[in-house]
Design a protein. Structure first.
Lengths: 365, 325
């Protein structure tokens, strides 16, 4: 049994304009000590998935309407509030995106780190303080003893993120959710923080879910990657397999938009045209169809399922008619995404649509 | 547990940063605020005056016992309406340094005793306002829902009247009940001022909480499993303390002023207990003969008001440099 099994998770936000299907039937699992990357554009439901796992969705307007989240065999969604609180910070910890705003400005660093220790490990003040020093040393904060009673504003961004990591590690959790842990940091610090996370995950055999929009970040960090689009998982694969043999046009688009140092200077970055769909009324067929250069009629009509793809590793799944061996589909099975950019006239259409969409939006405001 | 510290590159850098930490002085937010407050001369002056009045209020029973000042209630009709010493053409060591009122009571002694009433009226109801306002405001802001609804409806009712009118209504109706008699009417004044005041504090706190609870550190606190009460007390409360302190600093003088006003109109402190308001009220009768029985308590009120205003302004500037009012 895996440490975490998420099954058909659906989280929706009930707004004035309608029901936003932020997470729409997400199924995945994380084994003990495993690292999983969840990748996707902004607004595709990554963070909402993470918050749902800890039942931190603000309610109202949000609500988890369907699904099960089995953690250690127990369904988090069926627990009462006290049991969930006992899990939060103890068995599952979270590292937030922005260390500048995630630390309480009027409390000292030591008080904030000891809080979880006092809550879950029932430590007294001096024990918690000792452990806090250990933790700060663990996340490589120099002269930890002297910086214990500093306030967050006396720490730099990278150091604050280290403090957040120390807080997450404090109770030896089985699973850490890191929601864009390096997005708010500058590039050199990003590398340090990722390094630290990688080493700590390996050392403590903590399972990690790393949520990011940056494929470059997950490349060196995770064992498996799930790509999300518009509230659904569209591709699941081993990290190596995903980079070597991606099977979904959206993933191709993501990979094309990463700048590479080993490519010639003339090679252009190819962005994905258009915007992610409105999650109140998503397209009836494949959700990526409006932006896909490889689309066919079937994509508009029926939604593809997440299924194992031929011509790839056994556990490689994708949600695309083109890479599935079904009647009416399968036209992309042999396609080399690096060489064939897709139908150029479709690309033009998408560009025009995107342009007219932004134009009408501009008028509307 | 294993650690992965002391990487070779760490040693030099570590030593440097250790030096750095040793050199730099550690300052908390409150120490910063205290430093800013001390640089503000008006605030320091206000603070000194306030402390002075507090010392007087605390020691006045002792001073009377030692015989340094007269009994504020002792009447001495032959010596009524004496002028204070500074108005007499030649200096005499009078037994009434600030003069006497129409019943021959010592004005100095009455002024000093009034300080005690004023300080009590300043601090006791504000403590009630603080406790009630902060706890109800926190709960209403954090939980929302029906607690918030009830709070806002009560607020609407109390806000619909001018504060003073509300005080008048409470005092006038309850003054002759047994409760209005406790401590010469002091208890009723405490309660009345607290009833009128807690709403403003609750609203202030609620507003702060509404914006604070959307901040990420609250979500982070929830993510480590902190229960609601702990989030309110340990995370939200210290963050909203600054505006609350400022509000308290302005609430104290307004409570004092309210007491003086009520007493002046004869529905506050019961004579013969001295209070500045009572003294002005009684002095009015003899205003055409001598102005001092009115002027001196009025002066006391003004000085205390001014001192608290200076202090409040200074606190506001010190605690939140960004807040412009």
């Amino acid at each position: 049994m895996a440490l975490l099994e998420v099954n058909g998770l659906r989280t929706q936000f009930f707004t004035r304009d309608g029901v936003v299907r932020a997470v729409d039937g997400v199924t995945f699992e994380v084994g003990a000590g495993e690292t999983l990357g969840i990748v996707g554009e902004s607004g595709c439901g990554k963070s909402v998935t993470a918050l749902s796992l800890m039942r931190l969705i603000p309610q109202p307007p949000g609500k988890i309407v369907e699904g099960t989240i089995l953690f250690d065999g127990q369904d988090i969604l069926k627990m009462d509030d006290d049991d969930v609180r006992a899990i939060r910070g103890h068995s599952i910890a979270m590292i937030f995106q922005d260390p500048m705003t995630s630390l309480n400005p009027v409390l000292t660093i030591s008080r904030q780190i000891s809080e979880a220790l006092e809550l879950h490990m029932k430590m007294d003040k001096s024990e918690a303080r000792k452990r806090t020093i250990e933790l700060l040393e663990l996340v490589q904060i120099p002269s930890a003893k002297k910086r214990l009673d500093d306030y967050p504003h006396q720490f730099s961004g990278g150091m604050r993120q280290r403090v957040m990591i120390a807080m997450a590690l404090s109770c030896n959790p089985k699973l850490i959710l890191a929601d864009e842990p390096t997005t708010a940091l500058d590039v050199t610090i990003q590398a340090q923080i990722l390094d630290l996370l990688k080493n700590l995950a390996r050392e403590f055999r903590t399972a990690f879910i790393l949520i990011t929009h940056d494929l470059g970040v997950v490349a060196g960090m995770t064992q498996r990657i799930h790509v999300m689009y518009a509230g659904q998982i569209v591709e699941k694969a081993d990290t190596g397999e995903l980079f070597a043999n991606p099977k979904m046009p959206y993933t191709w688009g993501l990979l094309r938009s990463i700048p590479r140092l080993d490519e010639s200077r003339r090679a252009k970055l190819v962005p994905i045209e258009g915007l992610p769909p409105d999650l109140i009324a998503p397209p009836p067929g494949c959700r990526f169809e409006p932006r896909c250069q490889y689309r066919r009629e079937i994509c508009k009509e029926k939604q593809p399922e997440l299924t194992v793809v031929p011509n790839a590793k056994a556990d490689h799944e994708s949600r695309c008619w083109g890479t599935q061996d079904v009647p009416g589909g399968g036209w992309l099975i042999q396609t080399d995404w690096r060489k064939e950019i897709g139908d150029t006239h479709v690309l033009e259409e998408i560009k025009q649509e995107a342009a007219s969409e932004t134009a009408t939006e501009g008028l509307g405001e | 547990m294993a650690t992965i510290t002391t990487t070779p590159r760490g040693t030099a850098a570590e030593r440097a940063s250790e030096l750095n930490v040793l050199v730099r002085k550690q300052r908390s937010l409150w120490q910063d605020a205290w430093w800013r407050l001390r640089r503000n001369r008006a605030a320091v002056l206000g603070m000194i005056i306030v402390i002075l009045f507090m010392v007087v209020a605390a020691t006045v029973p002792l001073m009377t016992q030692l015989g340094w000042i007269k009994d504020p209630l002792k009447q001495d009709t032959p010596n009524s309406l004496m002028e204070p010493i500074w108005t007499q053409s030649k200096f005499t060591l009078s037994t009434y340094p600030f003069g006497s009122d129409q019943l021959g009571r010592d004005i100095l002694s009455r002024l000093l005793w009034s300080t005690q009433i004023s300080m009590l009226v300043g601090f006791v109801p504000i403590s009630i306002v603080f406790l009630l306002g902060v706890s109800i405001g926190l709960a209403a802001g954090y939980y929302g829902g029906w607690i918030d609804q009830i709070l806002m409806r009560i607020t609407d009712v109390i806000y619909a009247f001018p504060d003073l009118l509300f005080l008048f209504i409470i005092m006038a109706t309850l003054r002759n009940s047994p409760f209005g008699d406790i401590q010469g009417g002091l208890m009723l004044i405490f309660v009345a001022i607290a009833i009128v005041g807690w709403v403003g504090m609750a609203r202030l706190v609620r507003g702060q909480v509404l914006s604070l609870k959307e901040r990420e550190f609250v979500e982070a606190a929830r993510a480590i499993g902190a229960p609601a009460r702990r989030i309110m007390v340990r995370h939200l409360f210290p963050n909203l303390l600054a505006p609350v302190i400022v509000s308290v600093a302005f609430g104290i003088p307004s409570a004092m002023l309210a007491e003086a006003t009520l007493s002046f109109f004869g529905i506050g402190i019961r004579p013969p207990t001295p209070s500045w308001g009572v003294m002005i009220n009684e002095g009015f009768v003899v205003f055409s003969t001598t102005a001092w029985p009115v002027l001196l308590p009025a002066l006391c009120i003004s000085v205390v008001m001014l001192a608290f205003t200076f202090l409040g302004d200074g606190l506001r500037d010190a605690l939140d440099p960004r807040m412009k009012l």
